[in-house]
Design a protein around this ligand. Structure first.
Ligand SMILES: Cc1cc2nc3c(=O)[nH]c(=O)nc-3n(C[C@H](O)[C@H](O)[C@H](O)COP(=O)(O)OP(=O)(O)OC[C@H]3O[C@@H](n4cnc5c(N)ncnc54)[C@H](O)[C@@H]3O)c2cc1C
Length: 469
């Protein structure tokens, strides 16, 4: 008996993962990707799952970090994005960072080679035709305008736009290593790292204060354009952080803690700029946390005052980008289906999750749900105690609309975080209450071990897999 395909629109992080999961379940897929026929403001290639900015999937620590836990759950669920990420990782301390081209090539090749997946390089200009009775829209923050307009018309809800920010990338051989040094904060090794994965540029107090002043005075792209922009706190432009107080950067991306200058070990740097490896060859490094809306010429002028970057050549300068997402808690049911049109699902950043890994995770779930439905099975949802479930809940109903501001749309994009999980009892140590950091760490361990056990059960994995993995 032939099975009708599921149509996936958008071959980014979410769409590629969704297509993979559907095909893995034995259901044919048509994946519609508009690149290279039509580009976006941020994508540079025609590869599937292109990473448009940082090359990091963030922490890989599944025991005490929520995104690390999501990595682990995705691996258990046979994620294509995670297997390609693992195969193309580059050293990055406790984080999982990847060679962006190797990663995207690997995803593209796997999808192209799958017998149940057909790729159509075309723009889908409006909502899927009704003949596509099972479809997933995974067109991301840079959804092509005519489709975005159709979505807004069909849902009646305003698509909210704000701006993400990208950080500059520098050629390694233009960094002065007589001034800078390699070291991960606290020498942390992490997956695939060496403890020396970051390049550090030291500043004394005078240099730091001068740098902050330059950021404040530097010419920015027209501020009016971004007025009212609900900046996402985890990704604030560097100059916006500087505006919040002269010490803010020293407690943020420029913190000097856990670092010792090998060229001058007895003098503690007042502030440190860190650069992280951006490609497998180690020829490119990105400036960590330096997303900015400074004008390009100003970026070059100001960033070349950083010790060690006096002669830096920039492969890419920072910038700001649009983001489009729907009001999911109102529009979607718990299986990511548009309430007003069953069979049409949304996945990825357009649902209001935030980040590469979260987008792929929501793609994974949408793919599993669509495949199950096509096969006449019930879509089994992940327990709320898992990272999958916590994120899904946030998107499809976890968010509480404020009574103080009726009518005001308050749903905002969110990374996965421990605040989204059902609470656990604080574990005790030999009957004694834990306090402070010990208590936080113990609680996180309790949440993550519960999550992994529940995730295995949800996926039908044998109990002994827990010990083996
Ligand atoms: C500039 C920018 C920088 C970002 N930086 C980071 C970062 O550093 N780290 C991080 O974790 N997250 C970042 N994000 C957020 C987010 O994680 C990424 O955008 C992520 O790629 C989202 O995955 P996605 O699959 O939802 O969308 P995408 O990966 O963007 O995939 C959507 C795909 O749909 C295609 N498409 C769009 N419209 C159509 C159409 N009508 N028909 C057919 N195809 C279409 C696009 O070409 C694209 O390939 C950034 C976002 C932006 C915009």
């Amino acid at each position: 008996m032939s099975i009708n395909p599921v149509h996936v629109i958008g071959g980014g992080l979410a769409g590629s993962e969704a297509a993979w999961q559907i095909a893995k379940a034995g259901v044919p897929v048509v994946l519609h990707e508009m690149r290279p026929v039509r580009g976006t403001d941020a994508h540079k290639t025609d590869g599937l799952a292109e990473l448009v900015c940082s090359n990091s999937f963030r922490s890989d620590d599944a025991e005490t970090n929520a995104v690390g836990l999501l990595h682990a759950e995705m691996r258990l669920a046979g994620s294509l994005i995670m297997s390609a990420g693992d195969a193309h990782q580059v050293p990055a301390g406790g984080a999982l960072a990847v060679d962006r081209d190797g990663f995207s090539d690997a995803v593209t090749k796997k999808i192209e080679a799958h017998p149940l997946i057909t790729i159509q390089r075309e723009e889908v200009p409006g909502l899927p035709p009704t003949e596509w009775d099972q479809a997933i829209i995974a067109t991301g923050p840079l959804t092509a305008p005519s489709l975005a307009q159709s979505i807004a018309e069909a849902t009646g809800a305003d698509a909210l736009a704000f701006f993400d920010a990208i950080a500059p990338i520098v050629h390694f051989d233009t960094i002065d290593m007589n001034i800078c040094w390699f070291q991960s904060r606290y020498d942390k090794v992490g997956p695939g790292g060496t403890g020396k994965d970051y390049i550090n540029c030291p500043m004394d107090k005078e240099q730091y204060l001068g740098f902050v002043a330059a950021l404040l005075e530097g010419q920015k792209t027209e501020f009016k354009q971004w007025e009212g922009t609900p900046y996402f706190d985890g990704c604030l432009p560097i100059e916006v952080m500087a505006e919040r107080g002269v010490e803010t950067l020293r407690y943020g991306p420029m913190k000097p803690m856990g670092l010792t200058n090998v060229h001058n070990p007895s003098v503690k740097a007042y502030a440190v700029v860190q650069l992280r490896q951006d490609n497998a060859l180690g020829t490119l490094y990105n400036m960590v946390g330096f997303q900015t809306k400074l004008k390009h010429a100003e970026q070059v002028r100001i960033f070349r005052t950083i010790p060690g970057l006096e002669n830096a050549e920039f492969v890419r300068l920072g910038g700001l980008h649009r983001n489009t997402y729907i009001n999911s808690p109102t529009l979607l049911d718990p299986s990511l289906q548009l309430k007003s049109r069953p069979g049409l699902r949304f996945a990825g950043q357009i649902t209001g999750c935030e980040g590469y890994v979260e987008s792929a995770a929501i793609g994974l779930l949408a793919g599993r749900f669509a495949a199950a439905e096509r096969l006449g099975q019930a879509a089994s949802r992940p327990p709320p105690t898992t990272a999958f479930g916590a994120l899904l809940n946030h998107i499809t109903g976890g968010h509480i609309v404020s009574d103080d501001e009726p009518g005001k749309r308050s749903f905002q994009p969110m990374n996965v975080n421990f605040g989204l999980f059902p609470p656990v009892e604080a574990p005790r140590n030999e009957g004694k209450r834990l306090r402070g950091k010990d208590k936080t760490v113990a609680k996180r361990h309790a949440i993550t071990s519960r999550a992994l056990a529940d995730c295995r059960q949800w996926l039908g994995l044998p109990a002994q897999a827990q010990a083996a993995e």
